[in-house]
Design a protein around this ligand. Structure first.
Ligand code: 13P
Length: 257
């Protein structure tokens, strides 16, 4: 059975104090069932949030980025070893904002992914097309190519610690969500590509999350799609009540599977 996951990517938001208040409220109110909930705070309070969730079943933390080198003269960067040392299990790699604003190429993203896996971290690997690509109608090829150039180069043994997040760029922070059908069609195509490359077992096992303006009002419809296994949530993850409602939608969907 695939793991249902709701991950909050806080991006460059919250002070340590605000982050702690937010996580505490979610910890208090959320009913998880078998759903896994991941907090992705900024590095200034990743350790603090990791301590807060310690011993709380079903909760984990994610780093929003990571450098591909082991250590060294890379001012401002964070290594896999540092992330591992504080007990953070997940790393988000390949977010469109990292690709766009920090010029992270597929080669860099593959190196980061390999380093995270070497350090026994799980990777939430993001993919997704721009509005222009969708309008041209080449979005399926585009997204599959992103995966072919990166995580499809991993061995099946490595691939088992990958979670895929499909985040169409045109739906991120815009209030425009992909329709449940658009999400399902892409998730289906991604799973089919995983099957071809990694085999049926891994294709059935890999969780594929949807990201892009997920909110309490649309979460249930999106999560109900058979190839959607949860969400990577930005804006709505910054509001405890909204995030709890999204977790609730995930729990209900997961119970029905
Ligand atoms: P929004 O939910 O704010 O659209 O952000 C999605 C996202 O980029 C999560 O990584």
């Amino acid at each position: 059975m695939r793991k249902f996951i709701v991950a909050g990517n806080w991006k460059m938001n919250t002070t340590p104090k605000e982050g702690k208040t937010l996580a505490k409220a979610v910890l208090k109110k959320a009913k998880l069932g078998k759903v896994k909930v991941i907090f992705g705070p900024p590095f200034t309070h990743l350790d603090k949030i990791q301590r807060l969730i310690k011993g709380r079943k079903g909760f984990a933390t994610a780093a929003q980025n990571m450098h591909q080198a082991d250590s060294g003269a890379y001012t401002g960067e964070i290594s896999a070893d540092m992330i591992r040392a504080i007990g953070t299990k997940y790393v988000i790699i390949g977010h469109s904002e990292r690709r766009q604003y920090f010029k992270e190429t597929n080669a860099i993203l593959l190196a980061k992914t390999k380093k995270a896996l070497e350090n026994k971290r799980k990777v939430i690997f993001c993919c997704g097309e721009s509005l222009g690509t969708r309008e041209k109608g080449t979005h399926f090829q585009y997204v599959i190519r992103q995966l072919t150039s990166t995580i499809f180069k991993l061995s099946p043994e490595e691939f088992k610690d990958i979670i895929i997040a499909y985040e169409p760029i045109w739906a991120i922070g815009t209030g425009k969500t992909a329709s449940p059908e658009q999400a399902q069609d892409m998730h289906f195509a991604i799973r089919a590509a995983v099957k071809k490359k990694m085999g049926e077992k891994l294709a059935e096992k890999v969780s594929i999350l949807y990201g892009g303006s997920v909110k309490p009002a649309n979460a249930l419809e999106i999560f109900k799609q058979p190839d959607v296994d949860g969400g990577l949530v930005g804006g709505a993850a910054l509001n405890a009540d909204d995030f709890v409602k999204i977790i609730d939608a995930a729990r209900k969907t997961d119970m029905g599977r």
